[in-house]
Design a protein around this ligand. Structure first.
Ligand SMILES: Cc1cc2nc3c(=O)[nH]c(=O)nc-3n(C[C@H](O)[C@H](O)[C@H](O)COP(=O)(O)OP(=O)(O)OC[C@H]3O[C@@H](n4cnc5c(N)ncnc54)[C@H](O)[C@@H]3O)c2cc1C
Length: 294
């Protein structure tokens, strides 16, 4: 492994100063992507900026009041997200995704910010956060900017982040009463593999049990995680039924733009999008009752 400088700021202000002086430094959160990439020779950083001591990036806060229901610091680990009772109840899709990542050891280190900033199309926390309409708060010495997560990803491995910016936190709106969510993914092995396809659904039902709105997000089927807008539109105002979910699954599969690679063909990925979208919708609706037990 090549030598690099290790920068260890004590707070966010110090971190931003250091990053402004050394914009070539890569932020180091859990290191489960960046250290592996350096070790394997895919990156050659001359400096890493540790986020470990930045309390501003390490918090979870929540409330039902607008404008937000949940704020998660970028350096919060998958273990904390998966175990948080509030997230498990109201943002089940996110807790599920965090709990599926890697192994216990990986989840103890891996952070949500690292998962998003690494910008793999298969990042497991991206589809649930997209389905919940999350916003990303980016910070630099120039100030803060808030970006819909939908606009954050610009391609495989690339985001809107500038060299002197950090992802500070994710702001996730409170789900409306009557909302349930779910995340399902397919991997070839039982655990410890990257998603071939991941699908998140967040569905809000009206009192008459028709669908007020549904949000569906897909991972690993396009250069970035994407929303399945046409499938969402098709569900609005309808009464949940298997035939409706089958139509939504087909619509989502048409919106997917996967590539053939060593892990799956285009046809197989589209088939998975169809099936997993139906599963995610069914599970999300089953979770509505659970979510309303507040
Ligand atoms: C064994 C193993 C299994 C894995 N399994 C999965 C899996 O099932 N699903 C999955 O999605 N991923 C998986 N991963 C990938 C990885 O664990 C996740 O993407 C993880 O969330 C990355 O977080 P991290 O804190 O380790 O990021 P790091 O490696 O520290 O950083 C990743 C990238 O983001 C940048 N970065 C980090 N934080 C910030 C910030 N706040 N602001 C700006 N830039 C930042 C870094 O500079 C780097 O470019 C696995 C990895 C391993 C090693």
């Amino acid at each position: 492994m090549k030598r690099f400088d290790y920068l260890a700021p004590n707070n966010l202000g110090e971190a931003l100063e250091m990053l402004a002086q050394r914009p070539e430094a890569a932020p180091l959160a859990g290191g489960t992507n960046v250290l592996v990439q350096i070790k394997e020779g895919h990156r050659s950083e001359t400096a890493l900026l540790s986020l470990k001591r930045l309390s501003d990036l390490n918090h979870i806060s929540h409330g039902d009041e607008p404008p937000h229901g949940l704020v998660i610091g970028a350096a919060v680990t998958m273990k904390r997200i998966a175990a948080d009772p509030w997230i498990r109840q109201r943002y089940a899709a996110l807790a599920t995704a965090a709990g599926l990542i890697g192994s216990v050891q990986t989840r103890n280190m891996a952070t949500v910010g690292g998962n998003l900033c690494n910008a793999s199309p298969s990042a497991d926390t991206a589809p649930p956060l997209l389905a919940f309409g999350a916003q990303a708060v980016l910070v630099s010495l120039r100030g803060e900017r808030i970006i819909p997560l939908n606009d954050f990803f610009t391609g495989p491995g690339s985001t809107l982040l500038q060299a002197d910016e950090l992802l500070k936190e994710l702001v996730v709106p409170a789900p409306a009463i009557g909302t349930g969510s779910a995340y399902v993914r397919h991997i070839p092995r039982a655990v410890m593999d990257i998603s071939v396809v991941g699908v998140a659904a967040a569905v809000t039902l009206k009192d008459d049990k028709s669908i007020r709105h549904a949000r569906i997000a897909l991972g690993a089927v396009a250069p970035t995680p994407i929303r399945a807008w046409a499938a969402e539109d098709l569900l609005t105002g309808q009464i949940p039924a298997d035939s409706l979910f089958a139509e939504a699954g087909q619509a989502a599969a048409r919106e997917a733009k996967p590539v053939d690679d060593v892990r799956a063909s285009v046809a197989y990925r589209c088939h998975l999008v169809n099936i997993l979208t139906q599963d995610a919708l069914r599970q999300a609706i089953m979770n509505v009752k659970y979510q309303d037990e507040r």
